[in-house]
Design a protein around this ligand. Structure first.
Ligand SMILES: O=P(O)(O)OC[C@H]1O[C@H](O)[C@H](O)[C@@H](O)[C@@H]1O
Length: 282
């Protein structure tokens, strides 16, 4: 059982949590509170691009970026700024399951682009087979503010062409690769034959469980009811400097969030949203 600080690429400070029985681990950067690795019994369950760019101010391709306060596109930088800011280490606990808190607050730079005072906490907890993240937003402003939030999780898969997602049958979705049309998912199992970018509205509501290849289960809190499913496919992967054509078959993004409409948070109020990822079979 341990919490170890180490240096990731390009001097980015990182932390590794290891479960008491040694079976599971998670690694994240303080930059963006960005999770880069989650392993169970030595199986890596998250995808990070071998073309990912580790530079201040740039988003990292893969792992679990925290999208806040805006799921893009929109007036703020794409997917907000929480993913490109340095977070601070807070409370840690290694007595039971291993857990840690990270914090981010407004500063002069954030106030320039988003004029609201806030405290964010990301709580991370590792159990033998599960990994839990909770984002806590405190409104420290003197007025109500709005935000959208999402855990932009990149799961590693053997091949996107044989990947199967279940749990979203009959859910209404916004099809971002078909002009933003609203459609209803008619398939019990979603398979991939081309670029896919969909926002399943309330797809994770009532703790509905989404599964990837019957191997990994994703459950969001009721406060994070939407589920985004994304793979850029060949051409867009080739065009993106930090993905590359060779990488699109290796991952699928299944992203739990509150993005269909914004959360309205009154001053002095707190909002919490979480996801739990569980390895069902090795
Ligand atoms: O390239 P990024 O800013 O990290 O965004 C990557 C992707 O995020 C989400 O999945 C969106 O639905 C996609 O439209 C977007 O392309």
């Amino acid at each position: 059982m341990s919490i170890t600080e180490f240096e990731y690429k390009n001097g980015f400070p990182a932390i590794r949590l290891t479960h008491p029985n040694g079976s599971a681990s998670v690694e994240f950067l303080l930059y963006g509170a960005h999770v880069l690795s989650w392993t169970v019994n030595d199986h890596e369950l998250l995808f990070v691009s071998d073309q990912a760019i580790f530079e201040q101010g740039k988003a990292i391709r893969g792992g679990i970026p925290i999208v806040w306060p805006q799921f893009g596109p929109g007036p703020l930088p794409q997917h907000g700024f929480a993913r490109v800011k340095p977070w601070r280490i807070g409370k840690t606990n290694t007595t039971d399951n291993v857990s840690i808190e990270l914090h981010l607050s407004h500063d002069d730079d954030t106030l320039k682009i988003w004029p609201h005072k806030f405290n964010l906490t990301l709580h991370i907890r590792l159990t033998e087979k599960s990994f839990y993240q909770e984002l806590i937003v405190d409104n420290r402003d003197d007025q109500t503010f709005e935000f959208t939030a999402l855990f932009h999780t990149y799961f590693t898969v053997d091949d996107i062409k044989t990947t199967k997602i279940s749990g979203l049958n009959n859910v209404t979705y916004l099809d971002k690769v078909d002009g933003g049309k609203t459609k209803t998912e008619t398939n019990k199992i979603i398979e991939f034959t081309g670029e896919t970018d969909r926002v399943y509205k309330d797809g994770g509501k009532n703790n509905n469980s989404i599964s990837i290849n019957d191997r990994i289960q994703v459950i969001g809190s009721n406060t994070m009811p939407d589920v985004v499913v994304w793979n850029p496919w060949q051409e867009k992967a080739k065009a993106a400097v930090d993905i590359g054509e060779h990488n699109y078959p290796k991952y699928v993004c299944v992203e739990v969030g509150h993005v269909s409409n914004p959360v309205q948070l009154d001053k002095d109020q707190t909002w919490k949203g979480s996801q739990e990822l569980t390895l069902l079979t090795s």
